[in-house]
Write a protein that binds this ligand. Structure first.
Ligand SMILES: C[C@H](O)CC(=O)SCCNC(=O)CCNC(=O)[C@H](O)C(C)(C)COP(=O)(O)OP(=O)(O)OC[C@H]1O[C@@H](n2cnc3c(N)ncnc32)[C@H](O)[C@@H]1OP(=O)(O)O
Length: 722
């Protein structure tokens, strides 16, 4: 069965309107592209057609090449057209070179291949809010239908590189200012304006422009070379492990130096190569996994509609509470912020103001928008105004008794439909709701600090939480632009459980003689935003110790009790906030290695009673990365086995958005499978024998390693806790 098509209708005015039809985003499958070529052939043959308009069905031009086909192409399951067939034969030599002019009528989105088709038309009409961009790099490929050649010729080199390298779309309005779009109109007038424009071109009342041969926006060669040099340096700095941004720059350069036709050929060949790269496979996996997190068995498959959440209350104006409030008001939810006294309340509101002000300073928010956002917050000291709230998020300190009392109060003062959420990062939800009769509407809404910036929202569901409540919270998550993962109830839930061994193994290896900074360096080279020690400094040692205690209580058999952090805390060295931790911070947030930490390390080593292992000193960076991350994989396996997470891909997303795991490695479980369960199991066994139980592989990992089953393969349904 064909996957999408284009439809052509010829009007009495002599304009053939070709509509891309392939829901949900009118992606360009091979079937769509072949149908487009066929429609074009007919339009060019027919004497009653003077000009052509291309548009998309249902208010969306096109979301680009069909990403669902990447997997089958990579797996060799479908035959591919020969290199250059789509980009050169269809888009350049059929569309752009046609003897009749064409105009793209763009609403909704024109991304990737979608924008590339539009750029091959002889003019573009758009709505002001349409999104236009070439985000291919976020999938590990480069634009492959001529985008690397036409975009620089339409908007100049600097802007085009920015749009491609950052995968950042622009709105119709900006596209018009830049010259990418010729005119802006409302959605209602779109197709008619495009028809008129196309006829005008055919009657030579407007210019007939082939973007590929435009030169007026291109910088002179010397200047262009400087811009390309700068872009290369920046790409290397931002993601040293990635090749495809540099390939993109090379391809753009080829077009400028050797002409656009040579550029098109280089682009087509490079696209083909990159399509089969691990980076592309990993990033496509991330694309689909991210969308799959909101498909939750037993919740989103029951036909439930999210209820309207109009008013939100937040308890606690500390770092988390004020961050959550900021996230809410940024998406226009009115918020009641409750604190215990005036002083704390004012401090909470001040934090929200500061969060917003920082956006204003960075030019991300206007003063007017700031005023509107802050006006959505109402500070309160009691529950009087809670009678009409639809969602409460408790974000007070991690104290079980206090939380239990709060939920008893909430049950009393909130309406019976109100969703009762807690932002606890570790405490069992059943314990928090123990004294209420509302267990079906108690749910975890675990944000990550700073809550208005970090993209992940862990939604924790107990065996009592109703599916409706999960659906409601998923909807709020989407509205506040978070990526949700729905997980089961246990100490640390999914993200913190995976996170914990990251620092633990690092601390263990330092006791065994390894260098703190060498470990951090190996992790950042691997692609983490920071190593475990820099991260401990950022989070603060107080939090690290409190979390450690929770783990010691719940999983004593696999906690390594290092004394290093407590020893440093005795000297009021508690991380970045105290300007001293594993690093020193003399100048704002800049971390500098501190030789002083050796005295704590030596003391910690002697307290641990271990002798440094000379073998460890010889390890390569790859070995260090394995030693830090294999325990993380081991814990992720336990989380899956216990049914805390429903699917491995949710843990991939959790690791990327919660821990900063490099997305181009596909997420923790996808990466693990690329290495193989057998190898990971073997290493963990070896280390367990040498260094203790912390490394002992769990039964899930052992079983899969023995049977050769991928770690990401679905878990038996009976086990799932959700
Ligand atoms: C040769 C060329 O140069 C190569 C290319 O064109 S590569 C493709 C370039 N295009 C892109 O990268 C755009 C990718 N898509 C997106 O960024 C976003 O999906 C979007 C902005 C189009 C829409 O976002 P949003 O409204 O939030 O909806 P979202 O949930 O993401 O997508 C809706 C559905 O469309 C699917 N979809 C989106 N873009 C798609 C594409 N290009 N191909 C196939 N399916 C696509 C999604 O998987 C999702 O499917 P699901 O409902 O089964 O989960």
């Amino acid at each position: 069965m064909a996957k999408g098509r284009t439809e052509m209708e010829v009007g009495a005015d002599g304009v053939a309107v070709i509509t891309i039809c392939n829901p949900p985003v009118n992606s360009l499958s091979i079937d769509v592209l072949l149908s487009l070529k066929e429609n074009y052939g007919e339009a060019l043959r027919r004497n009653d057609v003077k000009a052509i308009v291309i548009t998309g069905k249902g208010g969306k031009f096109s979301g680009g090449f069909d990403i669902t086909s990447f997997g089958s192409v990579q797996g060799g399951k479908v035959e591919q057209p020969k290199v250059g067939y789509i980009s050169i034969d269809i888009i350049t030599d059929t569309l752009e070179a046609a003897t009749k002019p064409s105009v793209a009528a763009i609403d909704g989105l024109a991304l990737g291949g979608g924008l590339e088709v539009a750029m091959a038309c002889h003019a573009r009409i758009s709505t002001p809010t349409a999104q236009l961009g070439l985000p291919e790099l976020q999938l590990g490929v480069i634009p492959g239908f001529g985008g690397t050649q036409r975009l620089p010729r339409l908007v100049g080199l600097t802007k085009s590189l920015e749009m491609m390298l950052l995968s950042k779309p622009i709105k119709g309005e900006e596209a018009h200012q830049l010259g990418l779009v010729d005119s802006l109109v409302s959605a209602d007038d779109l197709v008619n304006t495009a028809r008129r424009w196309a006829l005008d071109i055919s009657e030579f009342k407007r210019p007939w422009i082939k973007s590929l041969y435009k030169t007026d926006k291109l910088e002179p060669l010397g200047e262009a070379r400087e811009i390309l040099k700068f872009a290369r340096a920046q790409a290397r700095r931002q993601a040293a492990n990635l090749e495809h941004p540099l390939v993109c720059i090379d391809v753009v350069e080829e077009g400028i130096v050797s002409g656009p036709r040579a550029g098109l050929w280089k682009e087509a060949t490079a696209f083909q190569g990159l399509l089969f790269s691990d980076t592309c496979k990993n990033l496509v996996h991330v694309f689909f996994s991210q969308r799959a997190t909101s498909k939750v068995p037993g919740a989103t498959d029951l036909g439930l509609m999210p209820r309207k959440i109009t008013k939100v209350a937040i308890l606690g104006g500390g770092l988390m509470g004020s961050g959550i409030a900021t996230a809410m008001i940024l998406s226009n939810y009115p918020v009641l912020l409750k604190e215990v006294n005036e002083k704390f309340l004012n401090a909470g509101i001040d934090r929200i103001r500061a969060n917003l002000q920082s956006r204003v300073r960075k030019g991300k928010m206007t003063e007017e928008r700031y005023e509107k956002a802050i006006s959505l917050v109402t500070g309160v000291l009691d529950y009087e105004r809670f009678k009409d709230v639809d969602l409460v998020i408790e974000a007070v300190i991690e104290n079980v008794k206090l939380k239990q009392q709060i939920f008893v109060d909430l049950e009393k003062y909130c309406p019976s439909h109100c969703v009762l959420a807690t932002n606890t990062s570790t405490i069992d939800l059943n314990l928090i709701g123990e004294k209420t009769k509302s267990k079906d509407r108690i749910v975890g809404a675990h944000f990550f600090s700073p809550a208005h910036v970090m993209p992940l929202l862990e939604i924790v569901r107990t065996q009592h939480t109703s599916p409706q409540v999960v659906v409601d919270l998923l909807d709020v998550g989407k509205k506040i632009k978070k990526t949700p993962i729905v997980v089961g109830n246990c100490t640390g839930f999914a993200v913190n459980r995976m996170f914990f061994p990251y620092t633990q193994s690092a601390l263990l290896f330092v006791d065994l003689g390894m260098d703190v900074y060498k470990i951090d360096r190996a992790c950042t080279k691997f692609g983490m935003p920071m190593g475990p020690f820099r991260l401990a400094d950022l989070v603060g040692f107080g939090v690290a110790v409190a979390t450690g205690m929770q783990y010691l209580e719940n999983f004593p058999e696999r906690v390594y009790k290092s004394m290093l952090i407590p020893l440093m805390m005795e000297d009021k060295r508690a991380g970045e906030a105290t300007r001293k931790g594993f690093y020193k911070y003399e100048d704002k947030r800049k971390a500098t290695p501190d030789p002083e930490i050796m005295k704590y390390i030596e003391k910690s080593r002697s307290m641990a009673g271990v002798t440094p292992d000379p073998e460890l000193m010889k390890l390569s960076e790859k070995d260090i990365v394995e030693m830090v991350f294999f325990p993380v994989i081991n814990e992720a396996c336990r989380v899956l086995d216990e049914g805390i997470a429903v699917k491995a891909s949710d843990l991939d997303i959790a690791s990327i958005f919660g821990m900063g795991f490099p997305p181009y490695r596909g997420g923790i479980m996808f990466w693990a499978d690329s290495i193989g369960a057998k190898y990971i199991h073997g290493k963990l066994e070896e280390w367990a024998k040498r260094y203790g139980n912390f490394f002992k592989p769990c039964s899930y990992l052992a079983e899969r390693a023995a049977k050769g089953i991928p770690l990401s393969a679905p878990v038996k349904q009976g086990k799932a806790r959700l």
